[in-house]
Design a protein around this ligand. Structure first.
Ligand code: FAD
Length: 453
């Protein structure tokens, strides 16, 4: 009987547990989870806070009893405190402080990431919230329901910052957002960032550049954010969307090697350097399918796939994680922005000779009602013609996720930009054109590479 112990019960841990039980139905699979919410959709938290998802229970991908139905033993509200790789045990703090030592044959670390809490807003400052866990969401919801705040400042302008700008506006707050380094959603290039800013502003979100928060204090029931240079902002609620870092402290203390941004070093089978221990998800490095080297790209999509590989291998299999391309899509009010692969600056830094084009084209035949402009950027390697990356922005009804996924698939298979023209893509006037917009972008790229004489 193989004892497979998993630390963490979110995307990576749950995928690992389910796959391990599939591969070895006789294995005893135990998942140790620090909180009460195994297999919850963290990605769904903004939509619960906006009010679009009414009941937080709906965010559970599977209930605890469904997981148990798969033969997974759950130890909830238990925090793993130490791993002993030589003795093959994990020390787990009990609910009432009593520690237990759990033996394992195979261990999977899926401890995820933690929100980076900036030093100016220590956890004891009430009404200044990070957003990572279900309990964080309960705290924000409690503040929204209780004191009925009117205004919020969001510190940070990454994808969680912009999703929360949308969510808190929908919840009835006047939102101001501090753009970090003067950028909004810096995973995309500046021309598309401008569309994001415009959409935020169109919906009443004020985007503020060039000031850095240095302290936050409570005054007369309000929070005052003191910023440099000599600016102060008042709000009822502050949301800290200042990034996340891998939760690898437990692994590091046990002698597991860490690398990029402190994430756990893993091989393509998600094995760590220590016999009998795998790691997956936001706590681990990610193989990049285009760069062919490890990077840190924490996403729910990746955590699921890595978890599945780790679970299969811990159960005796020989799976490999195929790699990530950083494919991502975000909705900001009525705008959707998506990306895959490399931006031009990233391609340059990697030694490619990128050529980038941007087109604006209707999402479907202009004569059919409701056509809306799509903005597509393609990055290709000029000498080889290889596709390197893509970004798309446009109206949320414009099938942007489908289109970025076409490009992600092409990238994954190492296609050239010219090769996109050969793809047999679907068409009907209300949804597309004979050359789908992604193919129109490819035509534009080819034209720019070899200008017509
Ligand atoms: C607001 C928000 C929105 C997001 N939206 C998207 C999106 O739209 N698309 C997307 O692809 N990704 C999104 N993400 C990222 C995605 O949520 C993460 O990539 C994913 O949750 C990672 O899963 P994980 O299992 O690796 O780690 P986590 O989800 O971080 O889970 C870690 C698990 O480990 C447990 N744990 C940690 N330490 C211990 C310990 N010592 N003992 C026991 N248990 C422990 C935790 O309780 C938890 O169960 C979003 C993230 C946030 C915060």
């Amino acid at each position: 009987l193989r004892r497979i112990l998993i630390i963490g019960g979110s995307d990576a841990g749950t995928s690992a547990a389910l796959r391990a039980r599939e591969v070895d139905p006789a294995a005893r699979v135990t998942m140790v989870v620090a909180d009460r919410y195994p297999n919850y959709s963290i990605c769904g938290l903004p939509f619960y806070l906006s009010g679009e998802v009414g009941d937080w229970h709906a965010l559970a991908h599977r209930t605890a009893s469904e997981l148990e139905g798969h033969g997974i033993e759950l130890l909830l509200e238990r925090r793993a405190a130490a791993i002993d790789p030589a003795g093959r045990t994990v020390t787990v703090a009990g609910r009432r402080g009593r520690a237990a030592r759990l033996p394992y044959d195979r261990l999977i670390v899926g401890t995820g990431a933690v929100a980076v809490r900036p030093a100016f807003a220590p956890p004891e400052v009430a009404d200044a919230f990070s957003l990572r866990w279900m309990d964080d969401a309960h705290a924000v919801k409690g503040a929204l329901a209780g004191r009925r705040p009117d205004s919020a400042v969001i510190v940070g302008s990454g994808y969680i910052g912009v999703e929360m700008a949308d969510a808190l506006t929908r919840a009835g707050l006047k939102v101001r957002m501090l753009a970090r380094r003067g950028e909004v959603l810096r995973t995309i290039d500046p021309p598309l960032q401008r569309l994001v800013r415009a959409e935020l502003q169109r919906n009443g979100v004020e985007v503020i550049d060039g000031i850095e928060p240095g302290a936050v204090e409570s005054r007369d029931g309000k929070l005052v954010l003191r910023c440099s240079p000599r600016e102060s902002l008042e709000a009822d609620l502050v949301l800290l969307a200042t990034g996340a870092m891998p939760e690898s402290s437990l692994a590091r203390a046990a002698g597991l090697e860490t690398g990029i941004r402190g994430a756990i070093r893993v091989g393509r089978g998600m094995e760590t350097g220590v016999e009998g221990i795998w790691a997956a998800g936001d706590c681990a490095e990610t193989w990049h399918a285009l760069l062919l080297r490890p990077v840190y790209l924490p996403l729910g999509t990746t955590a699921h796939k890595q978890g599945r590989v780790a679970g299969e291998n811990a159960a005796g299999g020989a799976a490999e994680f195929a790699g990530s391309l950083g494919t991502q899509v975000v909705k900001i009010f009525e705008l959707v922005v998506a990306r895959t692969g490399l931006k031009e600056s990233e391609a340059l830094a990697e030694g490619f000779e990128p050529l980038t084009i941007q087109i604006e084209t209707p999402d479907h035949k202009a004569y059919y009602p409701g056509a809306t402009p799509l903005h597509i950027r393609l990055v290709g390697d000029r000498p080889s013609g290889r596709l390197l990356g893509a970004q798309i922005a446009g109206d949320r009804r414009a099938e942007i996720a489908k289109r970025i996924d076409i490009l992600a698939t092409a990238l994954f298979h190492g296609m050239t930009v010219g090769g996109l023209l050969d793809l047999d893509l679907s068409y009907t006037p209300p949804l597309s054109a004979q050359w789908d917009p992604v193919q129109a972008a490819a035509l534009a790229w080819l034209g720019a590479r070899t200008p017509a004489r």
